[in-house]
Write a protein that binds this ligand. Sequence first.
Ligand SMILES: *Cc1c(COP(=O)(O)O)cnc(C)c1O
Length: 354
Amino acid sequence: MSQFWSPIVHSLTPYVPGEQPKVTNLLKLNTNESPYPPSPKVLQAIAQANSENLRLYPDPNADQLKRTLADYHHLETDQVFVGNGSDEVLAHVFQGLLKHDKPLLFPEITYSFYPVYCGLYEIEYRKVPLSESFEIKVEDYQQACGGIIFPNPNAPTGRLLALDAIEILLKSQPDVVVVVDEAYIDFGGQSAASLINRYPNLLVVQTLSKSRALAGIRVGFALGQAHLIEALERVKNSFNSYPLDRLAIPAAVAAFEDEAYFQSCCQKVIHTRNQLTQTLEELGFTVLPSAANFVFASHPHREAQQLAQKLRDEAIIVRHFKQPKIDQFLRITIGTDEQNARLCEALKRIVAMG
Ligand SMILES: *Cc1c(COP(=O)(O)O)cnc(C)c1O
């Protein structure tokens, strides 16, 4: 019955999210969610959201959240855009800022949603190789293009690009938008948000799904000078006036009002990441330096896909990408210390079995 489809649908290759199986005792280390619950203040804010008001539409501009985010990042409210998860924000960015005559540039190994948006919005793109050690080399982005996007830290490698390298890129490409997707920045990086008032071509995208433990409420945002935000508002208001609902807005505000809780969760993840890295190295794995809430590791004598399968047999799910250059790697989300102990025990047995 696909004759009913619009022509473009035939050519789409949709993104495949990490699975969300419904098995008890499952240790889910495959989609980089937080192992910790959101702040208790977030849960209070949701409980207090007046349920009678759910019959009414939410604030289409989510002004309260924009004010909170602007204050947090020392920006103005017209420098903030909010959306239904950063995936939706990114979709509007691709359509509103990155579709030009010249190809969009992004790393050869990166967030696999980027080529999917290019397919949806018919944007031409070129993949730029990483270094041998999976680093983004900004000098390779000094070519004619219609825009640049990369995650920092990169996904799924976890490798961080320093802020001064980002500045070199911004200066070398003043006529195109450079998008820094900071989904994992809170786990060890420095946000490029501090550069916004100096670079009219910089857009920073963040999410509450990882470091703020709110993947379930779908809130993401973009920060940039007002002319970039206006483009996103135009696209958004041509698509969905109410992307954030009456529960998500107060929940997101509360998440930013509990800085101490946020910091302590990030610190715990970093601590556990260091422990996991050490254990993996003791087991013979090569682990890329990670500034994210996951590690990317490969073993010289064990097939990554088999390791993933054997972990799965023990109800531990990690992510394996059947993709050239990274098909011997596993991407493992950082869990709690208890979860990490269970993972490490399983890996010790599996690697010893051969
Ligand atoms: C998780 C992730 C996102 C999407 O996050 P949501 O806000 O949950 O849509 C965007 N970019 C990267 C690189 C991610 O890893």
